[in-house]
Design a protein around this ligand. Structure first.
Ligand SMILES: [Zn+2]
Length: 268
């Protein structure tokens, strides 16, 4: 199998059909980062080759499709999604930011690492890009328990031999037939609106505020735990709210702050 994808100097993944031929493509190997030549002759299949002409690095098509889908979704700033409970028609879910491979979940119910998470304010969609491996029942159950809205995009037809950029983009962004909800709760079912965990024996409360910020409150006076929480809050531009005696973490950073809190929490 020849190499059909490479990255440019901004790490943007590109298909061979999107670049000019030769070294002018200014592309690099996804695996070893060597400069690549775009071989686009009149006869042979178009592909990338290492500048040194060494053997191709081993890549997995599923991984490449993940990266391609991430690029396309990030660049479009949203995608069309099928209808679900509470939403009788398909709609365009607009993202104000997209995070890659971030762990999300709760201590009590475990966590998942979706390929992408698209956010719009405090609403989010987990996106799984599937080519050869699809979400199993165990994963779907976990999403239900966590109350996480998750979409799977089926790119099974987009094998290396039949990869056409515009068709793949269409499948990722506009088609509905390639997509299915693994789980789609109503907003009320989101189970992590409030989370309670323990740090060094002290309750700590995480509250997701309606406008998307996160409030972190230590349940009892404890200088050591207060210092830990303050440290995390400061790391993500948290501000102290003296009225409620909690730290408010801005929307942009809530998942990172939450992950850091989870990392120091006592095992459940
Ligand atoms: Zn390489």
């Amino acid at each position: 199998m020849s190499t059909q994808f490479a990255i440019d100097n901004t790490k943007r993944i590109l298909h061979i059909s999107e670049v000019e031929r030769g070294l002018g493509c200014d592309c690099y190997c996804l695996v070893c980062n060597e400069r690549m030549v775009a071989k686009k002759g009149p006869e042979r299949d178009h592909h990338f080759a290492h500048e040194s002409n060494k053997q191709e690095c081993i890549t997995n098509h599923e991984t490449l499709l993940h990266k391609f889908a991430k690029r396309v979704i990030k660049e479009s700033g949203g995608l069309a999604v099928p209808e679900h409970t509470g939403m009788p028609l398909p709609y365009w879910f607009l993202f104000d930011r997209v995070e890659e491979e971030m762990r999300i979940g709760t201590i009590r119910h475990g966590s998942v690492i979706p390929d992408l998470i698209g956010y719009n304010g405090n609403a989010s969609i987990l996106i799984e890009v599937a080519y050869s491996s699809f979400a199993d029942d165990a994963k779907i159950q976990k999403l239900e328990v966590l109350g996480l809205r998750a979409l799977e995009i089926n790119l099974r037809c987009y094998d290396p031999e039949n990869f056409v950029v515009e068709a793949a983009k269409e499948a990722i962004l506009n088609n509905l037939s390639t997509k299915k909800w693994l789980f789609a709760p109503t907003e009320k079912q989101r189970s992590y609106t409030e989370e309670k965990l323990v740090i060094k024996g002290i309750w700590v409360f995480l509250r997701y505020l309606p406008w998307g910020d996160l409030a972190i409150r230590v349940g009892a006076f404890n200088p050591e735990v207060n210092a830990i929480v303050k440290d995390i809050a400061k790391r993500y531009w948290g501000r102290w709210n003296p009225t409620y005696k909690n730290w408010i973490i801005p929307n942009r950073w809530i998942e990172q702050a939450r992950n850091d809190v989870l990392a120091v929490a006592d095992a459940a």
